[in-house]
Ligand binder design. Structure first.
Ligand SMILES: N[C@@H](CCC(=O)N[C@@H](CS)C(=O)NCC(=O)O)C(=O)O
Length: 218
């Protein structure tokens, strides 16, 4: 069944994961970038779309769906042949796929935010928040690096959208001054992600949307 899709996303935001998923699926979709530095995510118009004032938000036939994890699972269910996740053999596999999404989004996405945008977590001195974010995120990277020691991608030989979700997280920590050099398997995983055509298309689309919207707002 075809759907009318429109993604609200942000520049360098975690909506990149959903954008990459849409590029992987390959169906037509509209996109609308939200300019954070202009406060568009808290504007009355956007709050009508997503009252939480966050991206991503995928409009599906006029109805909003928020949270990366939910959007990715919905896309996989609608377009099962696109390869967003491995084909699950049973309910256990499906639960494992959901588990890793929740681990990222609820478990430690907030650490990345502490590193990249510590001002979101404190009205005081940001440096102790950033440092604590780095400590906590280091533990996550130790775990991820160990998992990637004997396999190319999170689920094995095949890429899944979970790999791009990890990629988005560690790249964003780097924007906050985090040094990724100690984690060798992550460096390899990063290069493998950045070679993906669907990720490159998503980044190009995000960049074009950002520049066009900024020009419009100038
Ligand atoms: N758990 C949500 C997190 C969404 C989220 O925090 N998005 C950030 C961008 S990475 C955002 O919109 N932040 C704006 C704000 O919190 O004010 C998801 O995975 O979709």
């Amino acid at each position: 069944m075809s759907h009318d899709l429109k993604l609200f996303h942000g520049y360098t935001a975690c909506s990149r994961v959903t954008l990459t998923a849409l590029e992987t699926v390959g169906v037509p979709y509209e996109d609308r970038i939200i300019i954070f530095e202009k406060g568009e995510h808290k504007s009355p118009d956007y709050l009508k779309v997503n009252p939480a004032g966050k991206v991503p938000c995928l409009m599906v036939d006029g109805e909003p769906l928020t949270e990366n994890g939910a959007i990715l699972r919905w896309l996989h269910a609608e377009y099962p042949d696109a390869g967003l996740f491995p084909q699950a053999k049973d309910n256990w596999d499906r639960a494992q796929q959901l588990s890793v999404l929740l681990w990222i989004s609820a478990g430690w996405h907030p650490y990345v935010r502490a590193v990249k945008m510590p001002m979101m977590w404190t009205t005081g001195d940001v440096e102790p928040v950033r440092e604590r974010g780095k400590e906590l995120f280091s533990g996550v990277l130790d775990q991820l690096d160990a998992e990637l020691a004997d396999r190319r991608w999170w689920f094995g030989d095949e890429w899944s959208i979970v790999d791009t979700y990890f990629w988005w997280a560690y790249i964003n920590s780097e924007f906050g001054g985090f040094d990724l050099a100690p984690w060798k398997n992550i460096a390899r995983h990063r290069a493998d992600n950045e070679a993906l055509a669907q990720l490159q298309r998503a980044l190009a689309r995000e960049q074009a949307a950002y520049e066009a919207r900024k020009a419009q707002m100038a």
